[in-house]
Design a binder for this molecule. Structure first.
Ligand code: FES
Length: 73
């Protein structure tokens, strides 16, 4: 297992991180409980989720566009 945690920008959707390898905390350092039984955590980047910081699928209804590509190496 690599020490590097990869955060994947899903096309027109959330940021996806591997569950079990990260802790998500609020601005006071308190940890959000993570959804049980999931291999990945999806963080909202459209701003429309009702369960921030987690994605609730609202990006589909609001038509969020986010398909930026990283620069070629
Ligand atoms: S990215 Fe999914 S609700 Fe915002």
């Amino acid at each position: 297992m690599s020490d590097v945690i990869v955060v994947r920008c899903r096309e027109n959707g959330p940021l996806v991180l591997p569950a079990g390898r990260v802790r998500i905390v609020d601005h006071q350092g308190n940890e959000f409980p993570l959804p049980p039984g999931k291999d990945n955590i999806a963080l909202c980047r459209c701003g429309q989720s009702q369960t921030k910081p987690f994605c609730d699928g609202s990006h589909r209804a609001c038509g969020f566009q986010g398909a930026n590509l990283a620069p070629a190496p």
